[in-house]
Ligand binder design. Structure first.
Ligand code: K7E
Ligand code: CUA
Length: 763
């Protein structure tokens, strides 16, 4: 040991002094550029995106995960993926769908009693205060099964899934009103609003309906309040995306639509297909809705209950003057309100123009009662000419628009041209264009749909990657391209492969606005934010039996699962509650039981439970699934599922190793040496102002927890030694050493933290 260390030290010295052992001197920047064929432009891009080790990103993006049903979180400008956040789909790392608490959340998303284990996420939305991102909550929709999920950004966990009570599909969600009073969700493909109701397609115009749901968000509770949510019945036009008004247009929302032809395809019945009939007319309709007044009408009891949910019917909405239509270029996709709330920009994807509608003009027409017609359902139609501010020819296939921090500047994705257009919506002129690879769908600027966009970067969410990355089979990753928009000309900086579903929309927020916790209050059920009834503190661990129900109240702390042995009878229903007693940052323990398909992730302070029927006799190891300390592999235990009527043989004891008095003395020496190290570390920490560092205080608490356990084990080894039971004496002494090692590990981390964060000497 000593010898190998010495050799190592000498080698390091030689290499450092004479360069011996390395092939050649370090490469210069020029060498690297030549070897990797990098241009000056490449270097500039690298300098704009490269985030040195230990440094963090300026913005954090929340991207939809498409068919994965999840949310993908990454940093900008480094484009490093930070997390796949479990939302609609089970995800084992987070225990999502494998522990009881998250199963309850997923159960909120069951439809008609059916378990649904996937989702098609499209549009994430960050909660807003006065139209600004506040970084508190995230919402995302499921297009396939009309649902909305609520994610709390205090711990980045999905807390709630609500099922739309009247739609069969949706697309235009989630969009929030400027103070997050409501989360907007629009239906997509029309269907009868009543649940499980059949009408033949011949009755499409009469019985099929679209709609918009306004989900009431209770910020204090951090949940959607379904009882105060409502919908507005709409004609069977395929409603698409929405946006809430802001500033002068606050209180209103805008939703576009396609297939206002109400065409029903059916090639098998000899009819031309949907796509032909759904784009026959030159225009579709933008829906203009006064949601603020709608909410009041619902409160006054003017809604009809459908499936237990308040629905304002078209007739009422028309009579009360809260619903209007404006023709818009056909098959539009994005509808995006400008940061000042004065204009609404609509892209008709089959038109080369984007249309800028003026909210002021819309209001003037409504006030004057100036309508060009009524639609077949009696909804007043305001003329496009009366409400247009301008139209700008941008290119082929305009889809979505985002805004810059600079006044009047917008960016629109051009799907067919595979370009981003930068343009001025006040003056109505194109400023710059940049090619992307390939077929861009959404695009995103920093906080670019809020009242206060931050500019700087734009991400192109491309639909195809084709040849941009190393091939990984016929299914390609998605490509998010980072573009610098801080100068007049846009500059492409980086290609980022996204390997999880097809992200549709993404939102990015200043990282400084996000303040997630590093631990829970001990014993918290993270999915309800309430104290967990299965929580246990140190010393309270126990196993309770009630008939054939066995409940374990256990704890997790480096490197120990309490209890270590769980004995049950075959057929018992077993619930294992586990509380992670750690306080230190990132000290997560995982838990699984062999072959019972359960998994939990217990972050510091959290209580989780797994439940299963012990339906097969046998021996099933359980263990911690996160590498949490040097003795992580030893963080283990046994579930013993005993056969019916099994009795232990009277004299059998657990197999023994044999230890001598010499072993015991050696362990005592080891304990004394380790204690000396601990004393030095403790001496250092207490000589500083460590109490000014909450993270260190938590580490010190964790270390103290470990040290406090020593007294009990010490009593045991001394008693055993007095009886000359060297086996027991040595093992309990070893346990003391384990407590010391863990305390020293945390103590050293605290010391490093203090040294790196400028702690001051106080003694
Ligand atoms: Cu793919 Cu907003 Cu669902 Cu557009 S969506 S491209
Ligand atoms: Cu706890 Cu590994």
């Amino acid at each position: 040991m000593m010898k190998s260390l010495a050799v190592k030290a000498i080698t390091v010295l030689l290499v450092a002094t004479f360069g011996i052992g390395t092939a050649c001197a370090a490469e210069s920047l020029q060498d690297v550029m030549k070897r990797r064929s990098l241009s000056q432009q490449d270097l500039l891009s690298a300098a704009k995106t490269y985030t040195p080790s230990g440094k963090r990103d300026e913005f954090v993006a929340f991207s939809s995960g498409g068919q994965s049903g999840q949310v993908i979180i990454y940093g900008i400008p480094s484009m490093r993926i930070l997390k796949y956040l479990a939302v609609f789909t089970p995800e084992p790392w987070q225990g999502y769908g494998y522990d009881e608490e998250s199963k309850e959340v997923l159960k909120g998303g069951w439809i008609d009693g059916k378990e649904i284990t996937w989702g098609d996420t499209h549009h994430p939305a960050i909660s807003e205060t006065n139209g600004q991102y506040d970084g508190q909550f995230l919402f995302i929709n499921d297009k396939a099964n009309p649902r909305i999920a609520v994610i709390d950004l205090r711990d980045y966990e999905t807390k709630q899934i609500v099922v739309n009570p009247v739609f069969k599909s949706e697309h235009g969600g989630a969009f929030v009103t400027p103070n997050t009073d409501y989360v907007i969700e629009a239906s997509q493909y029309a269907a009868p609003l009543e649940p499980k109701k059949f009408y033949p397609l011949e009755e499409f115009n009469d019985k099929y309906r679209g709609g918009i749901t306004y989900w009431k968000f209770d910020r204090g509770a951090g949940r959607i309040d379904t009882s105060k949510s409502f919908s507005i019945e709409l004609p069977p036009y395929s409603q698409d995306l929405s946006d809430a008004g802001k500033g002068p247009s606050d209180g209103w929302s805008f939703t576009n639509s396609f297939c206002s032809e109400r065409y029903v395809g059916g090639i098998e019945r000899g009819r031309p297909p949907f796509e032909a009939g759904c784009s026959a007319k030159d225009t579709d309709y933008m829906h203009v809705i006064n949601w603020e007044k709608a909410a009041k009408l619902v409160a006054q009891g003017k809604a009809k209950k459908i499936n237990g949910h308040d629905v304002l019917m078209i007739d009422t909405a028309v009579k009360e003057g809260i619903l209007f239509l404006i023709p818009e270029p056909k098959s539009p996709h994005g509808v995006d309100v400008t940061p000042d709330g004065k204009f609404i920009i609509v892209s008709g994807k089959l038109d080369t123009h984007v249309s800028v509608f003026s909210f002021e003009k819309i209001m003037a027409a409504i006030k004057a009662g100036k309508f060009e017609s009524k639609d077949p359902y009696g909804i007043p139609v305001i003329s496009m000419q009366d409400t247009l501010h301008t139209q700008v020819a941008l290119g082929l296939g305009p889809l979505h628009t985002q805004y810059d921090s600079k006044k009047c500047i917008a960016y629109t994705s051009l799907y067919v041209d595979s370009q981003v257009a930068k343009w001025d919506y006040c003056e109505g002129k194109v400023l710059d264009k940049i090619s992307v690879h390939y077929n861009i769908g959404h695009l995103m600027t920093m906080e670019g749909d809020s009242v206060n966009p931050k500019g700087r970067y734009l991400v192109a969410l491309n639909k195809l990657a084709i040849d941009r990355f190393n091939p990984v089979g016929p299914l390609h990753p998605q490509n998010h391209q980072l573009i610098d928009i801080s100068n007049d000309k846009m500059q492409l900086l980086y290609d980022m492969p996204l390997p999880l579903g097809e992200p549709h929309y993404a939102v990015a927020i200043e990282a400084s606005k996000l303040k997630p916790a590093v631990r829970y209050k001990v014993g918290t059920n993270s999915r309800t934010d309430k104290p967990h009834p299965g929580a246990a503190r140190a010393g309270e661990e126990r196993i309770e039996r009630n008939g054939n129900k066995v409940t374990v109240y256990g704890t997790l702390i480096r490197s120990h699962i309490t209890p270590e042995i769980i004995e049950v009878d075959v057929g018992d229903e077993v619930t294992i509650n586990l509380t992670n007693l750690e306080r230190a940052e990132d000290e997560t323990h995982g838990f699984t039981v062999s072959t019972y398909n359960v998994h939990a992730s217990a972050e510091p302070g959290k209580t989780v439970s797994v439940k299963f029927k012990a339906d097969k006799e046998g021996v099933y190891p359980y263990y911690c699934t996160e590498f949490c300390s040097a003795l992580h592999l030893e963080m283990q235990g046994y579930l013993l599922v005993k056969p019916k009527g099994w009795k232990p043989a009277p004299s059998k004891e657990i197999a023994k190793a044999t230890y001598t008095e010499e072993d015991y003395r050696a362990t005592l020496k080891k304990i004394a040496d380790t204690q000396a190290v601990i004393d030095v570390v403790v001496g250092y920490i207490t000589s500083t102002n460590y109490k000014d560092f909450p993270d260190v205080v938590n580490m010190v608490d964790d270390a103290t927890d470990q040290l406090n356990r020593i007294a009990g084990a010490k009593t045991k080894y001394e008693a055993a030694a007095a009886k000359k039971d060297w086996e027991q004496a040595n093992l309990w002494a070893e346990q003391v050493f384990q407590y010391q090692v863990k305390a020293a590990d945390i103590g050293l981390r605290a010391k490093t933290y203090l040294e790196q964060n400028g702690a001051k000497k106080v003694k």
